[in-house]
Write a protein that binds this ligand. Structure first.
Ligand SMILES: Nc1nc2c(c(=O)[nH]1)N[C@H]1C(S)=C(S)[C@@H](COP(=O)(O)O)O[C@H]1N2
Ligand SMILES: [Mo]
Length: 536
């Protein structure tokens, strides 16, 4: 008798690698969802995706951020979140694969991710120790789920099981566990998001209930000729829903106006805390002002014009004992801080030089939208937003430029940044194909607090021609302009330049947005169709 060598059946599941990867992904979903739920109890900013996203934004070099804004525009935040989800998915798969070979290592990796999320949350401005909790909960849940699933995958085939036979450990049991986990995760994640939003119900109500007092100093009427009625031109006032938005907030802070406080303190000021009622009891000023972003490329979209309503910041500061440096005051920088930890530094001298620097509560006739800083933000005519327009304001501190670099300055933007004179061709748009004959070339030009005195257009590098200007609404808003062009068939390039109220002509030298704003003439290439339809 020849002894038969028993074939040693492989006790492991034939698809254990795939099932391990699946387990990793399911565990990650469970961890994220439960973390969302926990974040609803702490604060929405502490949810791991949001916290990690915010931490990434804070650490992204300015040049890369510029690139991202250029590539993705305002979808940059979505792209960022998708990128983080993709990395998380890859790590989840890795943790699952690792876990089927060596369970403690896989579980360790899942837990480590929770710790990374917690560290990210703690690194965020205004974070307290509680912000670490959601990510830690998520890490624990992910590790636990991974343990259960992988233990099921690795349960050895019972002795005597025939090779190729069915795998008795509940294939169904594993499947049920996966489905149940995903179902619980979906409910928890959804509930977390809902509860997080519910937490801001008070804020939503406080905004709906806010009745803005009438201005003590209404804005002068806008001249009828400020709005040129040219199809395709930017409207003189930018509706709030169309107003560009630039900030680092992955979730828009929703501040409850009833509990909002503003603290003013620092060098050479009698410290003072105000609530919204105090602020609204002061005389309110209405002022039309164009706001624009330093990261706006020549011809770009990050500029808008609005009617702001607010309190004169200079008056408030003066009452609190502040003197500008020119009058011997010790502080030359006013650092505004928002509820989400943004810091924005503005020259005290500029704020107090007589221009309408406002603590704004109203925008185009309504309370500030949440996305634009409800309940109170700063606006200062003539300065880029990143050195003047802090949204969701909660603190003003008087210090010096020598002693303190605000957020964007640490990201290599300039400490001081007055707005550069710019002009933009809104119509025709690049690569439009207008028909030969009269074509209205039109757009807007801005040089806040200096005003716009002249706009010129030229075609194909030819002589500059004066455009017709819309009436000026003060020196702090943009002006519309239009130039009637006798367009001839073929390809042409249109260029625009403005002259500000001091007589300085906008430079044609092309520079990038870093460190203090782009320069150069906006140029648009168009192809003019001939009336016969034959294009050269
Ligand atoms: N809290 C906070 N305020 C902020 C910012 C920010 O990221 N956080 N961005 C600033 C920048 S760079 C600009 S250009 C303006 C844009 O204001 P808007 O979003 O209302 O157009 O807000 C400024 N205020
Ligand atoms: Mo900006």
């Amino acid at each position: 008798m020849t002894p038969v060598t028993p074939v040693k059946a492989d006790p492991r599941h034939p698809h254990r690698r795939a099932l391990g990867a699946l387990s990793g992904v399911v565990a990650a979903c469970a961890g994220l969802a439960l973390a969302e739920l926990a974040a609803a109890a702490v604060r929405p900013e502490s949810a791991p995706l949001t916290a990690v996203g915010g931490a990434v934004v804070d650490r992204t070099p300015a040049a890369l951020k510029e690139w991202a804004i250029r590539q993705f525009g305002t979808a940059d935040k979505l792209v960022l979140t998708l990128g983080i989800v993709a990395v998380l998915g890859a790590v989840a798969v890795a943790a699952g694969l690792l876990a089927v070979r060596h369970l403690p290592a896989g579980i360790g990796l899942a837990g480590l991710f929770g710790v990374i999320g917690a560290v990210a949350a703690l690194s965020r401005p205004e974070a307290s120790w509680r912000d670490a909790l959601p990510a830690l909960v998520g890490g624990l849940v992910a590790a636990g789920v991974l343990y259960l699933l992988v233990t099921a995958v690795n349960r050895p085939r019972p002795v005597g099981g025939a090779p190729g036979g069915t795998w008795p450990m509940d294939r169904r049991g594993f499947g049920r566990l996966v489905v149940a986990t995903l179902a619980v995760s979906a409910v928890a994640g959804y509930a977390g998001r809902r509860l997080g939003a519910h937490g801001s119900a008070g804020a939503t109500r406080s905004r709906a209930d806010l009745v803005l007092p009438r201005p003590a100093v209404p804005a002068p009427p806008v001249p009828a000729g400020a709005e040129l009625r040219v199809p395709g031109i930017s409207r003189f006032f930018t509706p709030n829903r169309d107003f560009y938005r630039v900030d680092t907030a992955l979730v828009v802070p929703r501040v409850d106006a009833d509990t909002w406080r503003l603290r003013i303190h620092g060098e050479g000021v009698r410290p003072l805390t105000l609530d919204l009622r105090d602020l609204l009891a002061r005389p309110l000023v209405e002022h039309d002002m164009t706001l624009n972003c330093v990261s706006n490329e020549v011809g770009g979209p990050y500029a808008g014009n609005a009617r702001w309503l607010g309190v004169r910041l200079a008056d408030l500061l003066r009452e609190a004992g502040v003197r500008p440096p020119s009058q011997g005051g010790p502080a030359d920088q006013l650092v505004a801080r928002s509820v989400d930890g943004m810091t924005i530094g503005t020259p005290v001298e500029t704020v107090m030089d007589g221009r309408e620097a406002l603590l704004a509560v109203g925008m185009n006739g309504e309370p500030l939208p949440f996305a634009h800083g409800f309940p109170v933000r700063m606006v200062v005519p003539g300065l880029y937003g990143y050195v003047s327009a802090c949204k969701w304001l909660r603190e003003l501190r008087l210090t010096t430029f020598a002693a303190y670099d605000a957020y964007w300055v640490r990201q290599s933007w300039a400490q001081r940044a007055p707005v550069k004179t710019q002009s933009r061709i809104d119509t025709p748009r690049p690569f439009d194909e207008p028909e030969e004959g009269r074509v209205a070339v039109a757009g807007v030009a801005w040089a806040q607090h200096r005003g716009i005195a002249r706009v010129e257009v030229r075609v194909d590098g030819g002589p500059w021609r004066d455009a017709r200007l819309g009436d000026a609404d003060g020196v702090d808003t943009w002006r519309q302009w239009v130039w009637p062009w006798e367009a001839t068939p073929g390809r042409h390039s249109l260029e625009v330049r403005a002259t500000d109220g001091t007589g300085a002509v906008q430079t044609g030298e092309r520079t990038g947005t870093l460190p203090d704003g782009a320069t150069g003439w906006h140029t648009v290439a168009v192809r003019v169709r001939s009336r016969t339809g034959i294009t050269p």
